[in-house]
Design a protein around this ligand. Structure first.
Ligand SMILES: [Zn+2]
Length: 660
């Protein structure tokens, strides 16, 4: 008689091996961390301990093919937003402020507790301070592919990408031989990495023979930008950077064409399909049925809890099966058995970890779960088709039906009680952490300025300028004066300026201007473009006769679209002003002035508008320049019009009040 440490008896064993073997009655024999026998023959093993499964189903532990486990702490923080507003407006600012090794450890414990309850024994992660994820995961007894993020901009754990790369290397060196953790570099995505980062990460992964975890072709926008910038979509661009020299796990692959799917197969790249996250962020639906038909290893992932919002693989697997049917108009697409294979063995292959986990087979690690299918929602059951068990598991079972979970031969949950994580303590700490994040976001929401700073890139630049405006019937007199000897034209340019002015309930917040300039050549053709965002104080600081002193407070290069800022700031009102501007920089009486001659296109107003202005730095300088501006105006034959405020917003407001 052969000996083992533990024998699971009285079980319906769904092995999820390549032949989809099911043992209606049998056992699983486990020695140390490995499975040594499966099926009826296991029952002949002599065991130090036995565990009666009570006729329940034994399944391989589920594989969550893509997540950011510490983001469980950001669950429900911001929902129903577009991807860029969600990511750049909320996730990244909060991460910059809060993500630390302690945050990551706590979030990992919370996420692991939830995943164990949902029968997950292995997951693929990508986050910052990945060594803290690895430590907390190993403590919880779970298996994971841990991807250390590398980005082209500063992140919570690296000031530069060089530092990020070094972090990834150190992390891999330290965790390479751990029994539960497979370390990996995780270049975040093609659009957040440079070609150099992508190549370096691929080389690093190849050097240590570890997988590489990346987001790929998640949104249509990403793929369109890749086509524009690189002349090719995501997969060939990755190939060009040598990414497939490594064992790739690519999350999403929503927008990939037939050729790209074949390439993924040829390079033996795994794909993580994240149905809830893709639906919630409206990224689209990955062509899973086609990928599977062509033999790509497609696993199923929850993605982070901030975009899901839970880590429930039963929900995810069911949705993966349903979504494929709906999108293909074919109820035979991704049947239950296939979906469950994606959640187990094929998922493990996608992670390049199939030699360790994903099925109940001799030689693999003892990663499994015991599932109770006797609940009300799973009654009755039919014996006619033995394969009906897959439908019962995928379409009917819930994560709450998971009774016991084992990973690497160690019980993580017994009789629905977690063995390795103090759930109450973790929940208490998570609640406390959420309170602090709430306070941070609350303080940020009180002012437009704080929100602008939070979204990054704002430059505090207080500038004062004196300016005067006038209406002109025609431009002849002005153009003639500019040719005159009294003044010198230093520069001349011409452009079309689109201004969007946003104002807020509380007028004290000032006004935000999104400005988009199209530079024009002599023939009026567009030669270039530039966008800027300025937060301007609401009040005029001072006046010298008709000349007004204005203060502009904050300037930010507009890194995002007008749509992004509109959705992020949610202004109370919006006004558009479009003008064609001729601009001269002139020297007059020892000082420099800008002369703007505008034609208003939106709102459409006849005639010309003249603006003369100059930067200033002191009250005295402002007074002196105001006097010179008054002279210049006389020279141009113009009469000041103080009803024209800053930016023609008053005209826009009068012509067509709009509200955002
Ligand atoms: Zn992700």
């Amino acid at each position: 008689m052969v000996h083992c440490d533990l024998l699971l008896t009285n079980a319906l064993i769904v092995t999820m091996d390549e032949q989809f073997t099911i043992h209606q009655r049998g056992g699983v024999a486990i020695a140390a961390d490995a499975i040594v026998s499966v099926g009826p023959e296991a029952l002949s093993w002599e065991a130090a301990q036995t565990h009666d499964c009570g006729g329940r189903v034994v399944l391989p532990g589920l594989v969550n093919a893509h997540t950011h486990v510490p983001m469980s702490l950001l669950r429900g923080l911001a929902d129903d937003l577009r991807l860029d507003v969600w990511l750049m407006g909320y996730m990244m600012p909060v991460e910059r402020e809060f993500v630390s090794p302690e945050f990551v450890r706590l979030g990992t414990r919370l996420g692991c507790a939830e995943m164990i309850r949902s029968g997950i024994t292995c997951f693929a992660d990508m986050y910052y301070f990945e060594e803290a994820v690895a430590e907390a995961t190993a403590e919880a007894g779970m298996r994971a592919l841990c991807g250390q993020t590398v980005l082209r901009f500063p992140s919570p754990d690296a000031r530069s990408y060089e530092e990020g790369l070094q972090r990834a290397r150190t992390f891999i060196e330290q965790w390479k031989h751990h029994p539960l953790i497979v370390p990996a570099p995780a270049p975040h995505a093609p659009y957040t990495c440079t070609p150099e980062i992508l190549r370096s990460c691929a080389e690093l992964a190849a050097e240590f023979d570890v997988p590489l975890h990346i987001h790929l072709s998640e949104t249509l926008l990403e793929v369109e930008e890749s086509r524009q910038k690189h002349g090719m979509p995501g997969v060939p661009y990755m190939r060009k950077q040598g990414l497939f020299e490594a064992k790739v796990l690519a999350a999403h692959c929503v927008h990939v064409d037939e050729g790209e799917i074949r390439a993924l197969k040829n390079f033996n790249a795994g794909v993580a399909h994240n149905p809830t996250s893709n639906l919630k962020l409206a990224a689209g639906v990955a062509p899973v049925a086609r990928m599977r038909a062509l033999g790509v290893n497609v696993g199923i992932g929850t993605d982070g809890a901030a975009s899901n919002n839970d880590l429930d693989m039963f929900e995810e697997t069911r949705l993966a099966a349903l979504l494929a049917k709906g999108i293909n108009g074919d109820p035979t697409a991704v049947p239950a058995r296939e979906a469950l294979a994606m959640a187990t063995r094929i998922g493990a292959s996608a992670l390049h970890m199939a030699h360790l986990t994903g099925s109940l087979e001799v030689g693999k690690r003892a990663d499994l779960l015991v599932l109770d299918l006797s609940g009300l929602h799973n009654v009755p059951a039919f014996a006619r088709d033995p394969a009906g068990i897959y439908a019962r598991i995928v379409y009917t079972a819930k994560s709450t039906d998971v009774v016991d979970v084992m990973c690497n031969g160690r019980w993580l949950m017994r009789d629905r009680r977690l063995q390795t994580i103090d759930e109450d303590a973790v929940m208490r700490e998570a609640v406390e952490r959420a309170r602090r994040i709430d306070a941070f976001l609350g303080s940020r929401e009180v002012s437009v300025l704080q929100k602008l700073v939070a979204v990054g890139g704002a430059i505090e630049q207080e500038s004062f300028e004196v300016q005067v405006k006038a209406r002109l019937e025609d431009d002849a007199h002005l153009l003639e004066a500019l040719q005159g000897r009294e003044l010198t034209v230093i520069r001349h340019s011409r452009y079309r300026q689109h201004d969007i002015y946003w104002s807020f309930e509380d007028a004290e917040q000032g006004r935000l201007r999104y400005r988009d300039d199209e530079f024009l050549d002599d023939r009026g053709e567009v030669t270039g473009e530039r966008s800027r965002l300025t937060l301007t104080g609401h009040t005029r600081e001072d006046r010298f006769g008709a000349v007004l002193l204005f203060r502009s407070r904050y300037l930010a290069p507009a890194a995002h679209s007008a749509r992004f800022y509109r959705e992020y700031f949610r202004p109370a009102a919006e006004h558009l002003v479009t003008k064609e501007r001729r601009r001269w920089l002139v020297a007059y009486r020892g000082a420099e002035f800008y002369v703007h001659l505008d034609r208003l296109l939106e709102p459409a107003v006849n005639g010309f508008f003249l603006e003369v202005k100059s930067r200033t730095w002191s009250q005295r300088d402002a007074r002196d320049k105001a006097a010179i501006i008054a002279e210049l105006l006389a020279l141009f034959g113009a009469t000041p019009d103080t009803t024209l405020g800053d930016g023609y917003v008053e005209l826009a407001r009068a012509s067509r009040p709009t509200s955002a």
